[in-house]
Design a protein around this ligand. Structure first.
Ligand SMILES: [Zn+2]
Length: 414
């Protein structure tokens, strides 16, 4: 491959931005950005910080496409769009990342303050540094380096930073797509840097369907010494979890090697607190199930198996089970491995990292599906160790540098 002289210069500018990348990450992490459902705020403060940062670096003025939400700061869930003009306006290369983060989880599992970045062994550690601040940082630093080298992107570039990704996207990209359907065209390219693998060779084009279930098991609360007078909701919930676990895995056991992991997953996750003391039999138990289902299965089939398990436990243990589904997202049609967004990304990955990209499907939950449903090809790509939502979340500084280079290469075109 012949060396691309102007891009080599852009790459060396990016190499020299490690200190600024760490600073940018530290400042973002210090601004907690929890959705109201996750007990917090800060998306707006974060959006304004980025707006100011862009202004200081002489980027064009950003556009806000806010979703009203009375629970949020100033009643606003911010969605930020940065438009950069390219040599051609025939299409736009979009990069979308999300402003919100999840809460730190159990603080005892953190070795440092989640909101104060620690830099150690080439890593930046703190809540949000990977999910999804790396995705915000890399395309912005790529554009900045291109600008510094007086290079225009080959086509228009749009960076869209959305709210509400972690809690359903209703106030985020969903809102943007519904109030501004004109923003995206069918031959635009959409890259979502919100999942990936450690060497950055994985381009995700397909997702599993998602189903979240909330089970409220109702029994009868009594003193623990007289269980015969009550109905133990905890026991019934435990039986239900085991039954669901066995039945769902047996019924939906197909494997598809394009996906990682190759099978459908059914995981009991959140569990609400019940009684405060050991010697009370709980009369109510609430737990959740997170299902990621291969697209070959209809969600309705899975829902039917779940309802049957519920009926069985209700009749065997004399409890009532209320079932609600906070998230039902059937898989979107996959992006073709031959689409332009995949080709452009694969070429940039080869140029920067020397790797042949492989095209895969994952457990889903990224916003790429919303674009795919509108017929806009979207690829999810990033270089990361998959620390999203984990304690001691980190990103590797080298990955910030390499991913910024990949974006620079994508934006610059051939
Ligand atoms: Zn994310």
């Amino acid at each position: 491959m012949k060396k691309n002289q102007p891009l080599e210069k852009v790459f060396s500018v990016i190499e020299n931005q490690r200190g600024e990348m760490i600073d940018f990450q530290s400042r973002l992490t210090a601004i907690q950005a929890l959705a109201p459902e996750n007990g917090g705020k800060g998306e707006l403060a974060r959006a304004r910080f980025i707006q100011d940062w862009l202004k200081a670096k002489h980027f064009p003025e950003v556009e806000y496409i806010n979703a009203p939400d009375p629970r949020a700061e100033e009643g606003i869930r911010p969605n930020l769009v940065l438009h950069i003009e390219g040599s051609s306006h025939s299409k736009t290369v979009w990069v979308m990342a999300h402003l919100d983060t999840v809460p730190p989880g159990d603080l005892k599992l953190w070795e440092s303050d989640p909101y104060k970045v620690v830099v150690k062994d080439g890593k930046i550690i703190g809540r949000g540094v990977e999910d999804n601040q790396q995705g915000i940082l890399c395309p912005l630093f790529a554009l900045r380096a291109l600008h510094e080298c007086k290079m225009k992107p080959s086509t228009d570039v749009g960076i869209i930073l959305v709210a509400d990704e972690e809690t359903g996207s209703g106030f985020g990209i969903d809102h943007v797509l519904s109030v501004r359907p004109d923003l995206f065209r069918n031959d635009d390219l959409v890259i979502v840097p919100d999942a990936g693998n450690p060497d950055g060779s994985m381009i995700e084009v397909a997702e599993k369907s998602i189903l979240w279930c909330r089970f409220t098991v109702k029994g009868k609360q009594v003193h623990a010494s007289t269980p015969h007078q009550g109905i133990n909701a905890h026991r019934a919930a435990a039986r239900l979890v085991v039954l669901l676990d066995e039945t769902l895995h047996q019924t939906f056991s197909a494997r598809d090697e394009m996906f990682d992991p190759p099978e459908s997953t059914f995981e009991p996750t959140k569990h609400d607190a019940n009684v405060q003391n050991v010697n009370t039999i709980p009369g109510e138990e609430v737990f959740y199930l997170d299902c990621r289902i291969l697209p070959r299965y209809e969600l309705g089939e899975v829902e039917r198996v779940i309802s049957e398990a519920v009926l069985k436990i209700e009749s065997e243990l004399k409890v009532k089970v209320e079932l609600s589904k906070p998230n039902v997202s059937p898989a979107a049609p996959p992006t073709s491995p031959d689409s332009q967004v995949v080709k452009v990304l694969a070429r940039a990955i080869k140029d920067v990292k020397g790797l042949d990209a492989k095209v895969v499907g994952i457990g889903g939950g990224t916003v790429a599906a919303l674009f795919r449903r509108k017929g806009i090809p979207a690829a999810v790509w990033s270089t990361l160790d998959d620390m999203a939502h984990a304690p001691n979340e980190y990103c590797l500084i080298e990955n910030l540098v390499s991913d910024a280079k990949v974006f620079a290469s994508v934006f610059a075109g051939e």
